[in-house]
Design a protein around this ligand. Structure first.
Ligand code: NAP
Length: 262
């Protein structure tokens, strides 16, 4: 059964925040296109969402680190209008920059920046023609300051935030909204993987993927340019915005080390 709500394409829907985003969009009656590499996870989620919410959910297995993946996805979906593009897929590798594996660095740049940019360009073009559409890009609080030992990851997220804000202004009079969501530490495999175990971030500072997804959905539908989920993180970000860069550089380092064991 087709719903009359806008269709959302969600990348990284096989786990974590993306999976919760898929649930929130389905609860609100949106048809969905779910994208990630792990097809069995996507198929299982699609099955349960279709049953529970009577929405149409299709699945596209894709590795967004591969050159041309965004183009292939767009071409495959040529007949299916995408009203809402949700760029959620992301990867994180940390460590001292000079000791990092080059492949891990390239993978972050490919998934977090190159694929996201190409997906925006391809899927926003028909939105422009139709005079309507929404884009929801998942950045991070790491976008607001440099983060020593997560240098490349934070830089990719600063890129996502900057790109999203610029596109929001470029397209605001064309019927398209672009929203950047900047979550803090969120309880997903990414956080658990930061130190090879659940990192030592205090429970109070950890958001649930559910609350991030809910806030992200609301901000996207309201056409907000930037959303920082959770009051604590929103206030911290506001205060941080008033600090000089030399202080921010130190704060980024402290935040990440205080969240780690040992
Ligand atoms: N968790 C946090 O603390 C946190 C904080 C701020 C921002 N974020 C951001 O939130 C987003 C979601 O992260 P998460 O915490 O939910 O992480 P997660 O649980 O590790 O999920 C990451 C998702 O991205 C997909 N993905 C990774 N590499 C991919 C590739 N090459 N091609 C296609 N899909 C790929 C994964 O699917 P497959 O493995 O099936 O491909 C998975 O669905 C990311 O952009 C992340 O940077 C997370």
């Amino acid at each position: 059964m087709m719903s009359n709500k806008e269709t959302a394409l969600i990348t990284g829907a096989s786990a974590g925040i993306g999976r919760e985003l898929a649930m929130v969009f389905a609860e609100q009656g949106h048809d969905l296109i779910l994208v990630a590499r792990r097809k069995p996870e996507l198929d299982a989620l699609a099955g349960s969402l279709t049953l529970e919410h009577e929405v149409d959910v299709s699945v596209q297995a894709a590795d967004l680190s591969v050159d041309g993946a965004a183009d292939s996805l767009f071409d495959t979906l040529a007949d299916q209008p995408v009203d809402i593009l949700v760029n959620n897929a992301g990867v994180l590798s940390g460590g001292w920059f000079l000791k990092m594996d080059q492949q891990a660095i390239d993978n972050m740049i490919r998934v977090n920046m190159l694929a996201l940019t190409a997906l925006c360009r391809r899927f926003m073009a028909p939105m422009l023609e139709r005079g309507s559409g929404r884009v929801l890009n998942i950045a991070s609080i790491a976008a607001f300051q440099p983060v020593p030992s997560l240098a490349v990851y934070a830089a990719t997220k600063a890129y996502v935030l900057s790109l999203s804000e610029a596109l929001a202004v470029e397209t605001e009079k064309k019927g398209i909204s672009v929203t950047a969501v900047c979550p803090g530490f969120t309880d997903t495999d990414m956080l658990h993987g930061m130190d090879g175990e659940k990192s030592g971030v205090p429970d109070l500072a950890v958001l649930s993927p559910r609350e991030v997804a809910r806030d992200a959905y609301a901000a996207c539908m309201a056409g907000e340019a930037i959303k920082v989920p959770g009051l604590g993180y929103a206030l911290t970000t506001m205060v941080a915005g008033a600090l000089p860069r030399w202080v921010l550089r130190r704060v980024g380092s402290l935040a990440i080390h205080s969240g780690r064991k040992g």
